[in-house]
Write a protein that binds this ligand. Structure first.
Ligand SMILES: *[C@@H]1O[C@H](CO)[C@@H](O)[C@H](O)[C@H]1NC(C)=O
Ligand SMILES: *[C@@H]1O[C@H](CO)[C@@H](O)[C@H](O)[C@H]1NC(C)=O
Ligand SMILES: *[C@@H]1O[C@H](CO)[C@@H](O)[C@H](O)[C@H]1NC(C)=O
Ligand SMILES: *[C@@H]1O[C@H](CO)[C@@H](O)[C@H](O)[C@H]1NC(C)=O
Ligand SMILES: *[C@@H]1O[C@H](CO)[C@@H](O)[C@H](O)[C@H]1NC(C)=O
Ligand SMILES: *[C@@H]1O[C@H](CO)[C@@H](O)[C@H](O)[C@H]1NC(C)=O
Ligand SMILES: *[C@@H]1O[C@H](CO)[C@@H](O)[C@H](O)[C@H]1NC(C)=O
Ligand SMILES: *[C@@H]1O[C@H](CO)[C@@H](O)[C@H](O)[C@H]1NC(C)=O
Ligand SMILES: *[C@@H]1O[C@H](CO)[C@@H](O)[C@H](O)[C@H]1NC(C)=O
Ligand SMILES: *[C@@H]1O[C@H](CO)[C@@H](O)[C@H](O)[C@H]1NC(C)=O
Length: 442
């Protein structure tokens, strides 16, 4: 009697194991998608002591008049917080009269006039921000205002800015000019006097000329000169900007190679060189950028092979190498690709993937490699299941090994069916076994 129990266990154990197997596989296949990036918090306002007196403002009367002359409603104390609507003001806490330290004008009516008198009265401003105020630019900024300003932001405002006028804002730490044409022979004109700049954005500004060879702005942390008409090469002297964390030079007409000295920018986190005419290889010095999280080299004429270190960089989350002339096998396997939240290599006709390391299912937009490390065939322009954006070569016909591996390893439903089938047959066997047992006993 006792001898009949072991076969009973022999049936139950595989039943249990197959159940656990399918469960584990299902959990594994729920891949996580990239998480949204946190947004920087808005600029903090100045201190806010309570307003004194029955509705009367404590603001310097000259500044109050200036605000009225540029069309700001002052029925409410401009020093009171929070500021209403799009327009915002902030004051210091001086007495008897307080002074404006920050002014933001948004969505101006077209008749607003930034007169020299008004601007002179605003000599205490440390921050001036204009958003969608397409009024004529003042011909010049009064010297006292120019030296007081630490932050100047002009987005879709003032119709046109003059590079020389901007250069007079010598004490700026933050400069933002977006969607406003800037006339200057190059960025060097704007930057010539600014020694304290930490963040510079001049984007979609039709800025022409070349990148500076001599940099005075050694404290720069953020540099964005994207979407302009900059030409020439990226100077190797850019490495003097030793605190840079973000560099965006995308959508210009830059030529030449990526300088080796870029590896000296050891704090670099985000680097974007997309949409230029850069050529040559990816410099090996990039492997020294241990904090690099975002690298966009797309739409250039870069060539050579893709260096292995790119698949080993711990912090890298975003890698776009699309639309270049890279060649050879990509140094990535499924694990190193999964670690990235964004990965694109399509549009490189001489690039291929090693089909023993990667499945065609990943839709990388490149062909598998032959044994010489060359793409097996030119990627077909019109594949049967054409996705208008990418010419995916799924290489399934010449890739039977992968086909097998996939259906065996990753298809959840087929594994589930198998498990259920085994389970059911075990159950039937168990019932027969128990019936036999009861007959023997009975
Ligand atoms: C903000 O200020 C500008 C310029 O003075 C003015 O044209 C606009 O109407 C103001 N907007 C609001 C909502 O008060
Ligand atoms: C701003 O810049 C001017 C000229 O460069 C300088 O004289 C002044 O000390 C700086 N600081 C302030 C607070 O104006
Ligand atoms: C952009 O700059 C070019 C010269 O560099 C000039 O001819 C053109 O008018 C500018 N465009 C705008 C919109 O300012
Ligand atoms: C770089 O600039 C482009 C164009 O202005 C913009 O679309 C892109 O988001 C920027 N990239 C980064 C990483 O800031
Ligand atoms: C990388 O970033 C960390 C934290 O942001 C910082 O402590 C470290 O110094 C950085 N390393 C380099 C080489 O920039
Ligand atoms: C830097 O890159 C990361 C990863 O792609 C992105 O989430 C972040 O918004 C970028 N930051 C800036 C300032 O461009
Ligand atoms: C890359 O392109 C340059 C010309 O831009 C050429 O001289 C060089 O030989 C190319 N390198 C490779 C590896 O194809
Ligand atoms: C690469 O080229 C394709 C086809 O021309 C285009 O659709 C895609 O937007 C390009 N990618 C980038 C990052 O520019
Ligand atoms: C995948 O690539 C990474 C980085 O190149 C490497 O460290 C790892 O050993 C590779 N894994 C496999 C399974 O080949
Ligand atoms: C593909 O990967 C395998 C295993 O790592 C390696 O033996 C083979 O040489 C690689 N093939 C090519 C073309 O790189």
């Amino acid at each position: 009697m006792d001898l009949k129990v072991p076969p009973f266990l022999v049936i139950l154990i595989p039943l249990l194991l197959s159940y656990i197997g399918t469960g584990g596989d299902a959990a594994h296949s729920t891949a996580s998608s990239p998480s949204p990036s946190p947004r920087p918090s808005p600029v903090a306002r100045g201190p806010a002591p309570p307003v004194t007196g029955g509705g009367r403002s404590t603001l310097d009367p000259r500044q109050l008049t200036a605000l009225q002359s540029i069309g700001l409603s002052t029925t409410r104390d401009p020093c009171a917080l929070p500021s209403p609507h799009d327009n915002a003001t902030a004051c210091d806490s001086a007495s008897p009269f307080r002074h404006l330290v920050s002014l933001r004008l948004a969505n101006c009516s077209p008749d607003v006039d930034l007169s020299p008198t008004a601007l002179s009265a605003l000599y205490t401003l440390r921050s001036l921000s204009l958003l969608r105020c397409p009024i004529p630019a003042p011909r010049r900024l009064p010297a006292s205002l120019a030296s007081s300003l630490r932050s100047f932001s002009c987005v879709s405002s003032l119709r046109r800015l003059n590079g020389v006028m901007l250069s007079r804002l010598e004490n700026l730490t933050d400069l933002v000019v977006v969607d406003v044409p800037v006339s200057a022979s190059g960025p060097a004109v704007v930057l010539s006097q600014m020694h304290h700049l930490r963040s510079l954005t001049i984007s979609r500004a039709n800025l022409s000329g070349r990148l500076p060879h001599h940099w005075h702005t050694l404290d720069l942390v953020h540099l964005d000169l994207s979407s302009n008409s900059l030409k020439g090469s990226i100077p190797s002297t850019i490495s003097v900007l030793g605190y840079l964390q973000t560099l965006n030079l995308s959508s210009n007409a830059l030529t030449g190679t990526l300088p080796d000295s870029i590896g000296d920018l050891i704090f670099l986190k985000n680097a974007t060189f997309s949409q230029n005419s850069l050529s040559g290889p990816i410099p090996n010095s990039i492997s020294q950028l241990s904090n690099l999280t975002h690298l966009d080299l797309s739409s250039n004429q870069l060539n050579g092979s893709i260096p292995r270190f790119l698949s080993e960089m711990k912090e890298l989350k975003f890698l776009n190498l699309e639309n270049n002339s890279f060649q050879g096998a990509i140094p990535f396997n499924a694990t190193s690709i999964k670690r990235l939240e964004f990965f694109k290599v399509g549009g490189n006709s001489n690039l291929c993937y090693n089909h023993t390391l990667l499945s065609s299912k990943m839709k990388l937009g490149i062909a598998p490699c032959d044994k010489y490390g060359l793409p097996v065939s030119p990627p077909p322009d019109k594949s049967s299941k054409s996705d208008s954006d990418y010419s995916d070569d799924d290489g399934e016909d010449d890739d039977n090994e992968n086909e097998k591996k996939r259906s065996g390893g990753h298809h959840g439903p087929s594994k589930l069916v198998l498990g259920v089938a085994i389970g059911l047959s075990c159950l039937v066997f168990l019932v027969i076994f128990l019936v036999c047992l009861s007959r023997m006993c009975g």
